[in-house]
Design a protein around this ligand. Structure first.
Ligand code: PRX
Length: 654
């Protein structure tokens, strides 16, 4: 079926072939894919070695491909030497020094174009500035910045000198920032006075100051970008303005050549316990998959303008804003602000103004903008767009069809890319010039990615549409290497079953009759709010840290824009609040969680009771809580409950 048939298709079996004019120009065509799949199957290591030789610029070539002696700790290309920043910038200078590397647009409309040469010079100046502060290879640098070109410059400068960066999303609170600084024992923090988001100033420096009040003795230097220009505190001896640090620094900085396995960055993500995990990525393996997927999945060519809307605080902003598009020599768009400032047409105006050709966003953004109707997108010229992508959560077919029809104007393939912070790059995704797509399915694994769905015993599930664990059966170059400071947790979390042989990603999935993957949800206590992972335990820990709370349980329920919404069941120390007292307490707790973790973690719904429903062994009955959260009828047996009244209270019936 061709995409022109869309209006005649009413069932869930819709299928969209790549449009012919896309196919004819695509980097990867059906025959290429077939050859790649065959090579990866017949000679797995040879396949990856060829890719690494083809795409990465090595200072010293590697001679070993995969070292699995210490599985599940894998080492790729380990005797190779390289620098990631060199690969992203310097290698393009001979041919594209004047080409625009970054188009930045501030929320207030200010636009800056940065060429590859300018990017090189800025990165080198900052790298030299950081070196002048004594920061070098292996030191951890936290980046807590607004979504600006300087956030990418900061990441690249760290990569250039071999420092390990850890970007903390600017929407996270002082508490979250503090936890990450302390966990990483970071010696430097790069931040800004503030950022512009939602027509307001985000107070980054004051949050950073607050974070540094406790448990952050490792921090010796704070570099502050002047972005908003509003008054902030500068602590003499510790804080230095970015512009002062780079003033007079040379615009050349010899890259620090590092071994392939040298950690490029840590990125904290949620797990099923209260403590975020510092996912550690390598240099060469990560870079390789970043390059490969930008070329294969996003089909990037020399004249492409790629806009991935993700913040650099998330993995998507690492691989598809800060590293991948630059490493392939494309132009990457960075937008500082919110999608609805000044109105819900902002994304489409940016696509029009900068002639974006490839657009990549999250289902939650698509659903939010879809609610404003077709008029906004229809009033902008979106004819430059040739490819669309989504990431972060399953996309519901309705949103997929809107994206296809209203944004893609029925001529652009959509790549629904499944991957994770831990995988570093796209894993299961259509190839836009080859794969027929089905709304809601991330389709097939990339060549060299040994995905499968298995049962409890680790056996492949061959029956179509039967759910199981989504696993990756072989190590791949951009996989995480460990959890910073907690290697045992790495082993226990990702390789707990199947003799430690398969990577367990934590999602359940099914394969349909065509072998297409459909992600069914998480198997652990992790919820996905607007495409961002949150551990329910993290929110619970935050709630019980409030002095009026004794116990809390957090579950999710479906939400039509955010995908999932958080519902918290709370037991207070004093009497159970009701009426106006309950409302005040809800506000207090929402603000508290916002301060402790960040606004994305604020529960949508908080209910109070005198106790939580528990089994006789004292386990909280989470399934029952989920039923209550969804407002569904309770069918399970609640007669074993100590206090059945509790259920009525949680349902709001008592
Ligand atoms: O549950 C899957 C969901 O997001 C999780 C990974 O979250 P995070 O590490 O924050 O990375 C998000 C951006 C890569 C996965 O375990 N997820 C991600 N992409 C998809 C998805 N679920 C369905 N379809 C997707 N395309």
């Amino acid at each position: 079926m061709s995409s022109n048939d869309i209006s005649s298709v009413l069932t869930e079996n819709r299928r969209f072939d790549p449009p012919a004019d896309f196919v004819s120009q695509a980097r990867i065509k059906a025959a290429d894919l077939e050859a790649l799949v065959k090579q990866a199957e017949q000679d797995y290591e040879g396949f990856w070695a060829d890719q690494a030789k083809q795409h990465v610029n090595w200072k010293q070539p590697f001679s070993t491909i995969l070292n699995a002696d210490n599985a599940p700790h894998y080492r790729w290309f380990e005797d190779g030497v390289l620098n990631v920043s060199y690969n992203c910038i310097d290698r393009h200078l001979a041919e594209k020094a004047d080409k625009t590397a970054i188009i930045f647009e501030g929320e207030q409309g200010d636009v800056t174009h940065i060429s590859y040469q300018q990017l090189h010079d800025e990165v080198c100046r900052l790298a030299n500035g950081l070196k002048s502060l004594g920061i070098g290879k292996g030191d951890r640098v936290i980046i807590y910045m607004p979504m600006t070109a300087q956030a990418v410059i900061a990441m690249q400068a760290c990569a250039r000198i071999g420092a390990i960066h850890s970007v903390v999303f600017g929407g996270f609170s002082a508490e979250s920032l503090r936890d990450r600084i302390a966990d990483a024992s970071a010696t430097a923090l790069i931040t800004a006075d503030g950022g512009n988001r939602g027509a307001k100033v985000v107070e980054l420096k004051s949050a950073a100051d607050k974070a540094l009040e406790e448990r952050c003795d490792s921090i010796e230097h704070v570099v502050v970008l002047k972005r908003t220009g509003h008054d902030i505190n500068i602590q003499a001896g510790r804080d230095v303005w970015w512009h002062d640090l780079v003033a007079g620094q040379a615009s050349e900085c010899e890259p620090e050549w590092v071994e392939a396995e040298h950690p490029l960055f840590l990125l904290y993500t949620s797990g099923s316990t209260g403590k975020p995990k510092g996912i550690q990525h390598s240099s060469a393996g990560y870079l390789l998959s970043a390059i490969q997927t930008n070329l294969w999945v996003f089909d990037l060519k020399d004249d492409d303008i790629f806009w991935c809307t993700a913040d650099v605080g998330w993995i998507t902003g690492h691989t598809y804003v800060a590293y991948g598009p630059l490493a392939v020599g494309a132009t990457t768009v960075i937008y500082e602000g919110a999608p609805v400032v000044p109105d819900a047409g902002r994304f489409w105006k940016i696509c029009q103004d900068h002639k974006v050709t490839v657009f990549y966003t999250a289902p939650t953004a698509i659903r939010a903008l879809m609610k404003f109707g077709d008029d906004y997108p229809s009033s902008y010229d979106l004819s430059s767009i040739r490819l669309l992508g989504t990431v972060g959560e399953p996309i519901n077919p309705e949103a997929w069809m809107w994206y296809h029809r209203v944004i893609g104007r029925e001529r652009c393939p959509i790549v629904d890319t499944w991957w994770q912070t831990e995988t570093g790059a796209n894993m299961i995704t259509p190839l836009p010039g080859v794969t027929s797509t089905k709304p809601g399915s991330c389709t097939l694994a990339l060549p060299g990615i040994a995905a499968d769905v298995v049962n409890e015993a680790g056996e492949s599930i061959t029956e179509a549409n039967k759910g199981g664990y989504l696993v990756i059966k072989k190590p791949w170059p951009s996989m995480l290497r460990t959890i910073w400071g907690d290697d045992q947790r790495y082993v226990d979390t990702y390789f707990p079953k199947f003799d430690g042989k398969y990577y367990l990603c934590g999602d359940s999935a099914r394969k349909d009759e065509d072998g297409y993957y459909w992600i069914m949800g998480r198997i652990d206590d992790v919820v996905n709010i607007s495409g961002h992972r949150l551990g329910t335990m993290e929110v619970e820990s935050s709630l019980v840290a409030h002095d009026k709370v004794v116990e809390a349980a957090v579950v999710s329920r479906p939400h039509d824009v955010k995908g999932e919404a958080i519902v918290a069941f709370v037991i207070c120390k004093d009497e159970r609040p009701v009426g106006a007292d309950a409302e005040t307490m809800v506000q207090e707790l929402r603000n508290w969680v916002g301060e402790q973790i960040g606004a994305i973690a604020k529960p949508d719904d908080i209910r109070f009771a005198e106790g939580l429903p528990k089994t006789r062994s004292g386990k909280i009955m989470r399934r029952l809580l989920r039923t209550i959260a969804r407002g569904e009828e309770i069918t399970s047996d609640t007669s074993t409950l100590e206090n059945e009244q509790v259920v009525l209270q949680l349902q709001g019936k008592a």
